[in-house]
Design a protein around this ligand. Sequence first.
Ligand SMILES: CC(C)(COP(=O)(O)OP(=O)(O)OC[C@H]1O[C@@H](n2cnc3c(N)ncnc32)[C@H](O)[C@@H]1OP(=O)(O)O)[C@@H](O)C(=O)NCCC(=O)NCCS
Length: 129
Amino acid sequence: MGGDLDDMLDFINSLVDEEAMIAANQKQTRESEIDWLARKLTNLEKDRIIHVVAEVDGRMVGSCEVEPRPGRFSHVGVLGVSVKDGYREVGIGQELMKEAERQPPRWASRASCRKCSPPTTEPSTSTRR
Ligand SMILES: CC(C)(COP(=O)(O)OP(=O)(O)OC[C@H]1O[C@@H](n2cnc3c(N)ncnc32)[C@H](O)[C@@H]1OP(=O)(O)O)[C@@H](O)C(=O)NCCC(=O)NCCS
């Protein structure tokens, strides 16, 4: 568990370091990562989100998450995908997105989620499920 946590911390901080187009813009600490992981696990257990990761040699190198927007916009899932520098352009990002799509969308049916949108564009340009 400690190893997994350090691995996730290394993953997110490598993206922050390169100023990748992800929501996080500040380096995470072990404490903030523990809080983040606890929230994720709760949301996963309650089928509120879809989250898949890619590993190479047991190390996390990619992540893809779909999370519904709140309230009245819960029919739109916000999709985030990231792959660690050094592992890009070999298909991991696409495979992560395909795998996320294959996950049983229990939260989507509950929230009537019908669209997926990247975080930086309006839902009208999104992919319909
Ligand atoms: C975007 C990202 C996830 C792609 O991962 P990857 O494993 O290299 O992707 P794949 O190898 O599966 O696919 C590469 C394809 O995606 C395209 N691509 C890469 N980044 C892209 C972007 N920002 N916008 C559109 N297309 C992109 C490549 O041109 C390539 O296209 P091709 O197959 O037609 O040549 C990775 O570059 C990354 O983590 N970037 C930093 C974080 C980020 O910008 N995430 C997206 C916003 S949520």
